[in-house]
Design a binder for this molecule. Structure first.
Ligand code: WTA
Length: 634
């Protein structure tokens, strides 16, 4: 191993790298940053304080991240496959795109954006299914210094409009429609509906995917294919500052509307590459497959950026795990000889429930490393994954991180550091987690539980929340002085491995997707006839957490199914189908304190079925309401 610790290969290396990263963080990260192409080297590695907060990495450094994702690989090995695109329908042919081809496509797309007058600092919203143009469009933004904000295609027109408006986007990149399993779904018409509420968007570029004849507003909307005919195949990369924003990604918090997490170029680049190579122990020539959607952070860091920075070959999958049958993931692994496979516990649980026949029909010998992300993995699912997919020969990495952290912070390194079911295990070298008690005191012993915080910055920590720095300070840096607070609770086992217990705030993690309870409640309250609602999470066999809604209506509910339908529709309109409640219970009141605060703890216990653990209810305004809620439990 080289002494820059850029690649940790043994347990001893790990211990040494971790010690070195704590002793001299700047030297540690400078060595990682040396691996990249910089137009101008940084003057200082790091300046930080967690009060304002203000964090800057590789200060004074100038670069373009796409030169590191593309140009340097084109020079070294342009014919290497960058993307193996696997379509939704297995009957449609897969497409292979080399680094040279990807480079040219990004340049052409970038030239189209430039021709539209889009440039450095402009915001571009990307609302597209998992087709190559999604990655190409995102990289094209980075090429010209525009700030991309990808919105997952499962979000409704209203959610999309909120994000476009918050970001002040000048352009939207989308497709005509999308394939999802057996269904064809609209995309462009959702954009059209959203844009009725937006004033900043001047251009919409449409990729053709399903071949629909969609409406095109003259002067605003154009087909990407037509535009590409008139542009050059080369596009010089815009020189950017290390601390210029690379992207905004909206994510839910415990209160109000989603916030735009901002990541900047230099630090994000260094950390996504470093974490990708080390966690998965990726070797040149291997085929990597992350099943996430680029609409979420996992698809940013471990599809769009990390693997391309590392010069990897990866599968990009358009479809869903259960189409045309629940063997699809394993069929794709077999077909493309996938070596490293990275997915969500939800997917594992749902495929586990479909039986082993779907697994056994395929040859999974190519697999070398398995990973999970997004939510705690229960031991049963972990063992099933390890035994039936990894055939007990593949290390399983349980990777803990967040939209705000930009990359994996806590995870075993595949085959290098030990693994334990249900445990994300150890921090990556360069990451300094601590557990705090409710008063903010550090818990130093092992075998203890506390609130998970970080006491030192890593290069891909969020820098701000778009347009509202104060919100960033309040959400992440105000709970405990001098600490980044994750919102998660965790336990350290006797050997110092971390097990993530889950959110300690009002955030629900449904199938690995984050939703604030307040956000869902405000959607439900928009349904006609609803007076008030309270939403909590409850354990769900497949999704990890399900959404349980308690709803007060104006008049007694005649047909509960009918009313539930209205409520689900309201959530669908406001957020999207991904946030629809699993259970809706009609109640005449909610348990509130005398000051009017809803006692969610009680609602959570009822939803979880732990009726004997409701605790003291005597301080409630109306304790009787709890009896009614318990009786009506679904
Ligand atoms: C949860 C996803 C347990 C956690 C990358 C975190 C996890 C939230 C794990 C972030 C894991 C993520 N084990 N819980 N391995 N990974 N989480 O922003 O609660 O969509 O705070 O980022 O997911 O979700 P986000």
């Amino acid at each position: 191993m080289s002494n820059d610790f850029s690649r940790v290969r043994t347990a001893e290396d790990y211990t040494a790298a971790r010690a070195a990263s704590i002793e001299d963080p700047e030297a540690f990260w400078a060595a990682q940053a040396e691996r990249f192409t910089w137009r101008r080297r940084w003057d200082r590695v790091l300046e930080w304080e967690f009060e304002t907060p203000s964090v800057k990495w590789f200060i004074g450094g100038r670069l373009n991240i796409t030169e590191n994702c593309l140009d340097r690989h084109v020079e070294a090995h342009g014919d290497r496959t960058a993307l193996i695109w696997e379509p939704n329908d297995p009957k449609e042919q897969a497409r292979r795109i080399t680094y040279s081809e990807l480079h040219e496509r990004v340049c052409r797309y970038a030239n189209v954006l430039k021709a539209k007058g889009i440039g450095k600092g402009d915001r571009v919203v990307v609302y597209m299914p998992m087709i190559p143009d999604l990655v190409v469009g995102v990289l094209a933004c980075a090429r010209i210094g525009a700030i991309h904000s990808v919105v997952f295609c499962g979000f409704s027109a209203r959610s999309l409009a909120d994000r476009i408006n918050d970001a002040g986007a000048k352009a939207v990149l989308c497709s005509d429609g999308m394939f999802r399993g057996p269904k064809e779904m609209p995309v462009k018409s959702v954009v059209d509906e959203a844009l009725e509420q937006c004033t900043t968007v001047e251009h919409v570029l449409v990729s053709r995917r399903v071949g629909w004849d969609v409406s095109m507003q003259p002067g605003r909307d154009t087909w990407l294919a037509d535009e590409l005919e008139h542009v050059d195949a080369t596009c010089p990369a815009e020189e950017m500052d290390s601390e210029d924003p690379l992207f905004i990604l909206y994510t839910s918090g415990s209160t109000g509307k989603p916030k735009g997490v901002v990541h900047t170029i230099g630090g994000y680049m260094v950390y996504t590459d470093y974490s990708f190579r080390n966690v998965f122990q990726y070797e040149e020539g291997q085929v990597f497959w992350c099943t996430a959607d680029v609409g979420w952070i996992t698809g940013h860091s471990y599809i769009t950026y990390g693997p391309l920075l590392a010069g990897a070959t990866q599968v990009m999958f358009e479809g869903v795990p259960t189409f045309p049958d629940p063997g699809r993931f394993w069929q794709v692994v077999d077909k493309h000889r996938v070596n490293v496979f990275y997915t969500a516990p939800t997917a594992i649980r749902s495929l586990m429930a479909c039986g082993l026949d779907h697994v056994l029909s395929y040859d999974l010998h190519s697999l070398k490393v398995l990973g999970t992300v997004g939510e705690p993995i229960n031991e049963e699912a972990w063992h099933w994954y390890k035994t039936h997919i990894g055939k007990d020969r593949c290390p399983v990495v349980d990777t803990w991180w967040q939209t705000e952290t930009g990359g994996i912070l806590i995870s075993s390194l595949a085959g290098v550091t030990d693994e334990k079911p249900g445990h994300a295990a150890h921090p990556l070298p360069g990451v300094q987690p601590v557990l705090l008690n409710a008063e903010g005191g550090e818990i130093t012993g092992n075998g203890e539980e506390g609130l998970l915080c970080m006491k030192f910055p890593w290069p891909s920590i969020l820098r701000t929340t778009w347009g509202d720095h104060e919100r960033c300070r309040q959400t992440y840096f105000s709970a405990f002085k001098g600490m980044y607070f994750t919102g998660d609770g965790a336990k350290r086992d006797l050997d110092g491995r971390y097990r993530i217990i889950g959110r300690v705030d009002d955030v629900i993690n449904v199938s690995g997707h984050r939703f604030g309870t307040a956000e869902i409640e405000s959607a439900i309250n928009q349904a006609k006839g609803v007076v008030e609602s309270a939403v909590v999470g409850y354990p769900h066999d497949i999704k990890g957490q399900g959404i349980y809604a308690y709803v007060i209506t104006e008049a007694p509910v005649g047909d509960p199914e009918d009313m539930r339908g209205h409520i689900v529709e309201a959530v669908r309109q406001a957020i999207g189908p991904i946030a629809k409640p699993d259970k809706i219970q009609f109640v005449s009141g909610l348990p509130k304190t005398r000051s009017g605060k809803i006692m969610r703890r009680i609602l959570r216990k009822v939803a979880e079925g732990e009726l004997d653990k409701l605790g003291d209810t005597s301080t409630l305004l109306d304790p009787k309401v709890v009896d009614e809620i318990q009786e009506g439990r679904l």
